[in-house]
Design a binder for this molecule. Structure first.
Ligand code: ACO
Length: 323
C-alpha cells in the first residue's frame, strides 16, 4: 500500500512587535516613505529579531507550536529539516541546534536546506521522499530566517523588503493522501540578480556580506517561474487551478502575488497574503502564511492548497496538497 504524507500540524513564530515602515525609515534615516513602500511592495510592517536571537531560536518556538497542533511529542520526530539562508553558525546546522533545543535524543537526522526563498518547498519535497519511502514516519519541516542580519540598512532598495520569523509543519506518514505533487528546480546562471556574495575567510569576511538584488530582474523571473511550476504540479496531480482552495505563494511583494494569481486565474481572494504584515521572511514566509491561515480558520481540513516559492540561486518549486 502506498505511504502518503500529510500535514499533522502547523506552527509559527514572529519575534517582537511589528516595526512599521515609518519606524524603520526613522531608525535608519532612510530616504523613503511609507507611501512608496506600500505602493511598490504592499509591505506595511515586519518583525525584527532582537540582537542575539537566532534562526534556531525562532524555529524552536514555531516547532513547539506545530508539534502541539499535531499532538506529537518531540521524541516522536524522526527527521528534522530546517530551510534557512541565515543559520546561527557556519556549522553546525540550525537543524542540529533545533534538535538539541527540543531535547530530541533519538538520533533523528537533522540538516539544513539552503535554497533561499524556495527553501521551505524544497524541504517539504525532500521530507516527502523520506516518508514516502517508508524510512521515516514523522518529520519536522521548518523555515526560519533572520534576514535582518544580512541587510545593508543604507540600501533603501532592499532593507525595507525583509523581515524575520519562522514557520513549521509536522509531516506524518498516512494512509490518506496529503502531499499530492511536488516539483523543485534551479538555474544557477541567474545567481547574480539576488545574492549575498560574501564569505568567511581566514577569520574575516571577504566580499560583500549584504543582500544585493536587481529588483526588476527578480520580479520578471519570479512571476514567470511561479506560474510555470504551479502548472507543473497541477498537471502532475491531474488537477486544475479552479480546484485549488488556497494559493500560498512565497510572500515577496504583493505585486508578485497578484501577478501570479492572475496568471493562474486564481481569484485574489483565494490567494493568502501576509507580506503586508511580515515583509519577505524568505524560507519562513510560506509556513508562516500557512499557519496564520490555519489558526484564523481560513484554511480548513480537506481543502486543496498550492504552496510555491522562488528565491536566490535561482531556485523555485511548488507543492500541491490536501490539508
Ligand atoms: N524608497 C523610495 N525610493 C526607492 C526605494 C525606497 N525604499 N527603493 C528604491 N527606490 C527608488 C530607486 O532608487 C529608483 O529611484 P531613481 O528612479 O531615482 O533611480 C526608484 O525608486 C525606482 O526604482 P526601481 O528599482 O525601478 O523600483 P521598482 O518599481 O522596480 O520597485 C522593487 C523596486 C520593489 C524592489 C521591485 O523591483 C520588486 O518588488 N522587485 C521584486 C524583488 C523582490 O521582491 N525581491 C525580494 C527578494 S527575492 C524573492 O523573494 C524571490
Amino acid at each position: 500500500m502506498k505511504i502518503h504524507t500529510r500535514v499533522g500540524g502547523t506552527g509559527s513564530y514572529l519575534p517582537g512587535d511589528p516595526v512599521s515602515n515609518a519606524s524603520l525609515i526613522a531608525a535608519h534615516g532612510l530616504d523613503s516613505s511609507d507611501e512608496w513602500i506600500v505602493e511598490r511592495t504592499g509591505i506595511r510592517s515586519r518583525h525584527l529579531a532582537a540582537p542575539g536571537v537566532t534562526s534556531s531560536d525562532l524555529a524552536l518556538e514555531a516547532s513547539r507550536r506545530a508539534l502541539d497542533a499535531a499532538g506529537r511529542k518531540p521524541e516522536e520526530v524522526d527527521l528534522i529539516i530546517v530551510a534557512t539562508s541565515t543559520p546561527d553558525y557556519v556549522f553546525p546546522s540550525a537543524a542540529a541546534l533545533l534538535q538539541s533545543k527540543l531535547g530530541i535524543t533519538n538520533g533523528a537526522p537533522a540538516f539544513d536546506v539552503q535554497a533561499v526563498c524556495s527553501g521551505f518547498v524544497y524541504a517539504l519535497t525532500i521530507a516527502e521522499k523520506f516518508i514516502g519511502s517508508g524510512s521515516h514516519k514523522c518529520a519536522l519541516v521548518v523555515g526560519a530566517e533572520v534576514f535582518s542580519r544580512i541587510l545593508d540598512w543604507k540600501d533603501r532598495g532592499t532593507c525595507v523588503l525583509f523581515g524575520d520569523g519562522a514557520g513549521a509543519v509536522v509531516l506524518e506518514a498516512s494512509d490518506q493522501p496529503g502531499l499530492l505533487a511536488s516539483a523543485f528546480h534551479a538555474d544557477g546562471s541567474h545567481h547574480g540578480i539576488l545574492s549575498v556574495p560574501g564569505q568567511l575567510c581566514g577569520g574575516v569576511v571577504t566580499g560583500d556580506p549584504f543582500l544585493r538584488m536587481d529588483g526588476q530582474a527578480v520580479f520578471k523571473f519570479a512571476v514567470k517561474v511561479l506560474a510555470d511550476v504551479a502548472h507543473e504540479v497541477l498537471a502532475a496531480a491531474d488537477m486544475t487551478a479552479g480546484q485549488v482552495d488556497w494559493l500560498i505563494p512565497h510572500q515577496a511583494n504583493v505585486r508578485i502575488l497578484q501577478a501570479t494569481a492572475k496568471r493562474l486565474h486564481v481569484p485574489p481572494e483565494r490567494c493568502i497574503v501576509t507580506v503586508d504584515r511580515h515583509g519577505n521572511t524568505s524560507a519562513a514566509s510560506i509556513p508562516l502564511a500557512l499557519d496564520e491561515s490555519v489558526r484564523s480558520g481560513q484554511i480548513q481540513r480537506g481543502q486543496h492548497l498550492l504552496l510555491e516559492g522562488v528565491g536566490g540561486g535561482f531556485t523555485w518549486g511548488a507543492t500541491l496538497l490536501r490539508f
